[in-house]
Design a protein around this ligand. Structure first.
Ligand SMILES: *Cc1c(COP(=O)(O)O)cnc(C)c1O
Length: 489
């Protein structure tokens, strides 16, 4: 399978690239993204054939269907990392919470958030390609809290890869920050940036596009890459669990094969939802994809009105910080898939110059035939957490936003798969407050509160963090990122 560019070709980049090229050098002509030229089909025979297959087998078949140019032994080693999840035989449990609502838990990996689903195997894939080519890579990543720990974890001590990870100071939970600043491998650099997530993501995009920065790296024989969700190497692994979750519902006799479901996705940069979109396009029986947001509700606006307008919006910090994003990068791939490169380029340029674009009525209709959206503010989110807990289900504030969309966006009484993107341990102060009204400003106190309230234990991998030595101490202004990274190299 080959990849083409969402904003068309500028005559300098290759017109098509392979999967491995697309993941090594993810930025395309005019600042666009690489997208698959065509998608494989997952018909009912494929789904039936995988009803009794385990997660890794399904993943292998889907990567085969995508015809990726990665050798089988590397794929096998990459997928083996799912054995490190809580239950190797089922890394993504799907549990019924109420009526039609099922939760697909994507957080059972080493850093307790859904980023592990893609980044765990991605680390092996990327480092193996780099080794085969005898090349060295610098992975730049901007994180709002979960990508960073997952990227550091997957690339720690891997050959031919170094990671520079930027996070917004104060924009993450204690646990997230500790997961990053206690990583001490020599190929890892963690940088706290004064600003919000969009600032750090924009700084990352500028660096990726910077000729002078690339030139300096070239002199050091280092290639530049990115592990953010614009990288298709992540999206492909995020398509698999949507199919898996559907099959789980069939296995649990919740639905018959072929019956449609809603996918209900807590969304920020739209990588998770994009995986669902591709799965649907490939043939997974999906009625609609519900896009859940917090008060940074630009996606709700786009899907409801057809207008993406940044002019009146500013990022507001919420209790679901992984979704405190207004520039939602992966929407571009949906626009490209539906409307083509020329139109996508025009829309994206309009966004850059005017901070706003507007779809035509017909385009908007197409979007609405696939997506519905709602947003959930922090107060409502806490109520959903409390109510779900009363029903016996403990969830994090990102997942909670989906419960609102479940209530307001379904037009039909179909089974709904909510994607749970983080374990309770990662956002404990909000959850403790929702459950007991107590205000704990430190994660460790909140973790204890919840553990007591729910009659469970704080997982060892989380409680250990508080005793670990902090080895990563850089905190800088966003203007100094380039200099800081060059000093690390
Ligand atoms: C990254 C993340 C999201 C948002 O996912 P996108 O793919 O960026 O839309 C939601 N919840 C949590 C906990 C996350 O870590």
């Amino acid at each position: 399978m080959n990849f083409i560019e969402t904003r068309g070709n500028d005559g300098q980049h290759p017109e098509q690239v392979s999967f491995s090229e697309a993941i090594l050098t993810p930025i395309a002509s005019y600042g666009g993204l690489y997208s698959p030229q065509s998608l494989p089909e997952l018909n009912e025979a494929f789904l039936n054939a995988h009803l009794s297959a385990d997660y890794k087998t399904l993943a292998r078949s889907m990567l085969d269907a995508f015809d990726v140019d990665i050798d089988n032994p590397i794929i096998d080693r990459a997928l083996e990392l799912y054995d490190g999840f809580d239950d190797p035989s089922n890394p993504v449990p799907v549990v019924r919470v109420s009526e039609d609502l099922y939760v697909s838990e994507l957080y059972h990996g080493p850093t307790r958030a859904f980023k592990d689903m893609a980044l765990q195997p991605f680390g092996i894939v990327l480092s193996s390609i780099a080794q085969n080519r005898n090349e060295n890579y610098l992975i730049l990543t901007a994180t709002s809290g979960d990508t960073g720990p997952a990227a550091l974890e997957t690339f720690k001590n891997r050959a031919n890869v170094r990671v520079a990870c930027m996070y917004p100071i104060g924009g993450t939970s204690d646990v997230q920050r500790l997961q990053m600043v206690t990583e001490d491998a020599s190929n890892l650099k963690v940088i706290g940036v004064k600003g919000d997530f969009d600032d750090t993501q924009n700084a990352l995009k500028r660096l990726l596009a910077s000729k002078s920065f690339k030139q300096t790296l070239k002199e050091k024989h280092i290639h530049l890459s990115a592990a953010n969700s614009v990288n298709f190497g992540r999206i492909i692994f995020q398509t698999i669990y949507h199919v898996h979750s559907y099959l789980e519902l069939v296995r649990q006799n919740a639905i018959a094969m072929g019956e449609k479901v809603y996918l209900d996705v807590p969304s920020g940069n739209f990588g998770n939802a994009l995986g669902g979109y591709y799965a649907m396009k490939m043939g997974l029986p999906v009625e609609k994809i519900l896009i859940a947001s917090n008060r940074n509700n630009i996606l709700t606006q786009l899907i409801r009105t057809g207008v993406y307008d940044l002019r009146t919006m500013e990022v507001v910090p919420t209790t679901s910080p992984a979704m405190d994003i207004l520039i939602s990068s992966n929407i571009e791939r949906v626009l490209f898939d539906l409307f083509g490169a020329e139109r996508t380029k025009a829309l994206m340029q309009k966004l850059e110059t005017d901070q706003c674009y507007e779809l035509t009525a017909k385009e908007h209709q197409q979007i609405q035939s696939i997506f519905a959206a709602d947003f959930c503010d922090d107060q409502q989110g806490k109520k959903y957490i409390k109510d779900a807990f009363a029903q016996g289900y403990l969830m994090d504030p990102h997942t909670a936003t989906c419960f609102k969309a479940y209530e307001t966006c379904r037009e039909k009484p179909l089974k709904t798969i909510v994607y749970s993107t983080a374990e309770w341990t990662k956002f404990s102060p909000v959850i403790a407050n929702a459950l007991t009204g107590e205000v704990d400003s430190h994660d460790i106190d909140a973790l204890k509160t919840i553990a007591q309230e729910a009659g469970i234990e704080i997982p060892g991998m989380i409680s250990e963090l508080f005793d670990k030595e902090v080895t990563q101490t850089s905190v800088i202004e966003k203007e100094n990122i380039e200099r800081e990274i060059l000093a690390f190299l």
